[in-house]
Design a protein around this ligand. Sequence first.
Ligand SMILES: NC(=O)c1ccc[n+]([C@@H]2O[C@H](COP(=O)([O-])OP(=O)(O)OC[C@H]3O[C@@H](n4cnc5c(N)ncnc54)[C@H](O)[C@@H]3O)[C@@H](O)[C@H]2O)c1
Length: 274
Amino acid sequence: MVVEALSGARVVVTGAGGGIGAALARRFAAEGARVAVNDLDADAARATAAEIDAAVVPGDASGVVPAARTALGGTIDVFCANAGVGTGGGPEADEDAWELAWDVNVMSHVRAARDLLPEWLERGSGRFVSTVSAAGLLTMIGAAPYSVTKHGALAFAEWLSLTYRHRGVRAHAVCPQGVRTAMLSTTGPAGDLVLAPTAIEPEDVADAVIEGIAAERFLILPHPEVAGYYAARAAEPERWLGGMNKLQRQYEQQLAAAEERPADAAGAERGGRA
Ligand SMILES: NC(=O)c1ccc[n+]([C@@H]2O[C@H](COP(=O)([O-])OP(=O)(O)OC[C@H]3O[C@@H](n4cnc5c(N)ncnc54)[C@H](O)[C@@H]3O)[C@@H](O)[C@H]2O)c1
C-alpha cells in the first residue's frame, strides 16, 4: 500500500541500525519518503542508510532532532521513536539498568517531542510514531524495567495524541508482541515462553505501521489478538493477573529446568565418553 501523504515526507527513524527500525526505514523509503536513519551503533545506521540512500544521524536517540532536521533539509514530518532497550529483572536490577530503560524507552521520546512540537504546532502537522510494545499495554514476564518504561512510553504517546490531535499533530503507539530481532534473542526463557511462539518479522510490523497511519489509528497492533488481552486486563484485572501469574510459574519452571540442564548435559557427555 502506498500512502499518499508519505511520498516525499521527511521521516526520522531512531534505532534503525537493525530490527524493527531498519524495517521501518526501508518501508518508509519504499513509500517515497526521505529518511534519516539514527542508531547508537553508527556502522549499523550507515549500513541501513546505504541500502535505501538515506541520511545518517548516528548517536543517542535523545537529542537527534536538530541533526536529523538539518540532514532532511530543514523539516521533519514523521518521527519514529523506535530505539529501545529490553532491560530485564525486577526491583533488584541495578539503578543504572533502570536509569537506562527510563532514558531510552521514555525520555528520548519526551526530548524528541520537545524539539519537534514548536515546528509541528506552528505549521499544524506532524506525526509521532512510538514503538512501544504489547508490554506497554500488558506486561512482560521477568522484565519490570521494560514493562514499566513501556507503560510510560504508551502514556506519553496517548498524552501527545489527545493533547494535539485537533492541532494537526498525530501520534501512534505500535504495540507488537514478539518480533524476530536481536532484542528477541536476548529475552531468554521468558521470551521463549511468551514471545517466540507467535513472533512475527520486523517487516510485518512495518506493514502494520503503514496501515495504521493510513487509517489514522492511534493503537497499532501487529498482533491483533493483543486487543483482546488488553480488554480482558481492563475488564477483569484479578482474572488477568491470575492468568499472568500462571505464566510466571511456567517461566519459573523453565528457569529451574535451564539451571539443571548444563549438569544433565555434562552428565550425558561424560556418559557418552565413557
Ligand atoms: N523484538 C521484539 O520482540 C519487540 C517487541 C515489542 C517491541 N519492541 C520494541 O521495538 C523497538 C526496536 O527493537 P528491536 O526489536 O528492533 O531491537 P534491536 O535490538 O534489533 O534494535 C534496537 C536498536 O536500537 C538501537 N539503540 C539502542 N539504544 C539506543 C539509543 N539510546 N539511541 C539510538 N539507538 C539505540 C540499538 O543499537 C539497535 O540497533 C524497541 O523499542 C523495542 O522495545 C521489540
